[in-house]
Design a protein. Structure first.
Lengths: 112, 114
């Protein structure tokens, strides 16, 4: 079973606030975890990935991974209206085969 | 570096007709994916190729969908006959295929079945 669960939202935050997006996965063999951003009518584009427990920071974005809890999150600091999009969590089940399974996505709106 | 190319961008067909989508991955990418994304949902993996071999096609409705990747480069996805519920965006993606690597997506083909 390869399930990736996300709260579909919509999530609304004021400009400058921290947006917190969550994702859980069912396959304990999952190797790496990706956050993609998808603007309406566009293709998904990678924000960042993480494969070790703990935090990984990239600019205003921080990914957090807890393999014991099968939980990965994305924090967006100083949210901007341009961050308004759907955020997709993707799980790579097999490192050798690179099989990506996606959640349903969380819609984020940043209110100016 | 050129991205993943897909065509056509849009397609409208009647139910029971057939349709084909084409994808050209990023040069050197061994792995190619076809995803179906229904409005409001996340991408659903239909089929994954490693070079010209199938890695996973467990979610491909094989009674109506088929895909091939000849010579390990370009790929086509076909639907025959189409149903109303096949209306979706069909995304092609590619990756290097080994190690921790992201999947790069094409612009997608928006299919409307009427």
């Amino acid at each position: 079973q390869k399930e990736v669960e996300q709260n579909s939202g919509p999530l609304s935050v004021p400009e400058g606030a921290i947006a917190s997006l969550n994702c859980t996965y069912s396959d304990r063999g999952s190797q790496s975890f990706f956050w993609y951003r998808q603007y309406s009518g566009k293709s998904p584009e990678l924000i960042m990935f993480i494969y070790s427990n703990g935090d990984k920071e990239d600019g205003r974005f921080t990914a957090q991974l807890n393999k014991a809890s099968q939980y990965v999150s994305l924090l967006i600091r100083d949210s901007q209206p341009s961050d308004s999009a759907t955020y997709l969590c993707a799980v790579n089940i097999d490192l050798a085969g690179n099989q990506f399974y996606f959640g349903t996505g969380t819609s984020l709106t940043v209110i100016p | 570096e050129a991205g993943v190319a897909q065509s056509p961008r849009y397609k409208i067909i009647e139910k029971r007709q057939s349709v084909a989508f084409w994808c050209n991955p990023i040069s050197g990418h061994a792995t190619l994916y076809w995803y179906q994304q229904i409005l409001g949902q996340g991408p659903k993996l239909l089929i994954q190729f490693q070079n010209n071999g199938v890695v996973d096609d467990s979610q491909l409705p094989k009674d109506r969908f088929s895909a091939e990747r000849l010579k390990g480069v370009d790929s086509t996805l076909k639907i025959q006959p189409a149903k109303l519920e096949d209306s979706a965006v069909y995304l092609c993606a590619s990756s290097y295929g080994t190690g921790i690597t992201e999947a790069f997506f094409g612009q997608g083909t928006r299919l409307t079945v009427v």
